[in-house]
Design a protein around this ligand. Structure first.
Ligand SMILES: [Fe+2]
Length: 371
């Protein structure tokens, strides 16, 4: 059994210029990014790359319609390397571009043909959440199916993942909150996954420790001190990415996708809406095994009793991002059985990594408890 899936070469640079020089960015590179990330940070006179700005095609997290527009635009360019610089939306779209070969997203998802690519792929995260730079998962909303789905294959791993903490220094607090909570969920879900290994669990728990201890310090010192901590959150999110890249994410992610896909809730926020509800259900079904280890570790990190860890966790996270009930997003009670069915039908890739198996009745029970 492969103990730790570690595909891209992992680099870190102090500044965007140091990265651009070391990777010799130039005219054979197609950079997929956002204007707010790229402009003022990269010198196109010195490094004359081609650029596509994802925000010009649609706001928020990528849908298949937006990705297909970008695929058509990309066909007008000639390049040998794709460089994604941005949050999860940009990195995931860059992965799809790298393997599309001009094919649209329906073909990529549904043809069953193995994915391949003829261009190099470099991913540079500018949030501290998805870990997408080290995983092979590209997520997008499939509008016809009313949910998000992951596209995966050996070819969707980047060749190089590049961490540049300086790119996160001015991250908006709301983006920091949702992305770092996503990283925390990755750490917890991968720790509890039946497919975890001793190596992936070490990374899961280290990421959890770094994220939770940094949250507590940050909240004690004041949110304006965030730039002092972004390095730790960035590295922790990559650790969590490596952990779930091996062990998998599970029911929290699976159950978040109908909410974020239909109601356009940010990925991390949508995960948070499900997070403690899923943990409480796991605990109710099976209170021993890895969840007991998780609870012990959370009790130390949160300085509380083991039977209070989920409530304490929620109290801490609420200071970063107030948790909302599902009805506050506009979800209607009669939609919950449809959400549950959708999860069972389309998210088995994730559900198989749940700490204990959850059928549609259990999933519906969790949704109702969060409604
Ligand atoms: Fe995630």
């Amino acid at each position: 059994m492969e103990q730790l899936i570690f595909r891209p070469r992992l680099h870190s640079f102090d500044t965007p210029e140091a990265f651009a020089d070391a990777f010799e960015l130039g005219e054979n590179d197609l950079v997929l990014t956002l204007r707010s990330v790229f402009e003022g940070r990269f010198d196109v006179k010195k490094h004359p790359v081609q650029t596509i700005f994802l925000g010009d095609y649609g706001k928020g997290e990528p849908t298949d319609r937006v990705v297909n527009e970008v695929i058509r635009e990309t066909a007008k360019h000639r390049y040998r390397r794709i460089i994604g610089i941005g949050g999860g939306s940009v990195l995931d779209t860059a992965k799809v571009l790298a393997v599309s070969g001009g094919r649209d997203t329906d073909t990529l998802y549904d043809s069953g043909e193995p994915l391949s690519r003829t261009v190099s792929l470099v991913l540079v995260p500018t949030t501290c959440g998805t870990g997408s730079e080290v995983t092979n998962i590209a997520i997008m909303t499939r509008e016809k199916l009313g949910t998000k789905m992951g596209l995966t294959g050996e070819a969707t791993y980047a060749d190089d993942a590049v961490l540049i903490p300086a790119l996160l220094k001015s991250i908006p607090f709301s983006v920091f909150a949702t992305s770092s909570i996503d990283a925390l969920v990755h750490a917890v879900e991968s720790a509890l996954s039946p497919n975890a290994t001793p190596f992936s669990r070490t990374l899961s728990y280290e990421a959890m420790t770094q994220i939770l201890s940094s949250y507590r310090l940050l909240l004690k010192k004041g949110k304006e001190h965030l730039p002092e901590w972004t390095d730790r959150f960035l590295f922790a999110s990559t650790l969590a990415g490596l952990a779930f890249g091996t062990a998998g994410c599970a029911a929290v992610h699976a159950m978040s996708y109908p909410l974020s896909g239909v109601y356009h809730v940010a990925h991390g926020e949508s995960n948070y809406a499900m997070f403690t509800g899923v943990l409480k259900m796991y605990q109710k079904i099976k209170s021993d095994g890895e969840i007991a280890e998780l609870n012990n570790r959370l009790a130390v990190l949160l300085d509380c009793r083991t039977d209070a860890v989920y409530d304490e966790l929620e109290a801490l996270l609420n200071q970063l991002l107030p948790k909302k009930a599902l009805h506050e997003y506009g979800v209607k009670e009669e939609e919950l059985p449809l959400f549950a069915e959708n999860v069972i039908q389309t998210q088995q890739r994730l559900m198989k990594n749940s700490f204990v198996p959850l059928d549609s009745e259990k999933v519906l029970e969790i949704y109702r408890s969060l409604y």
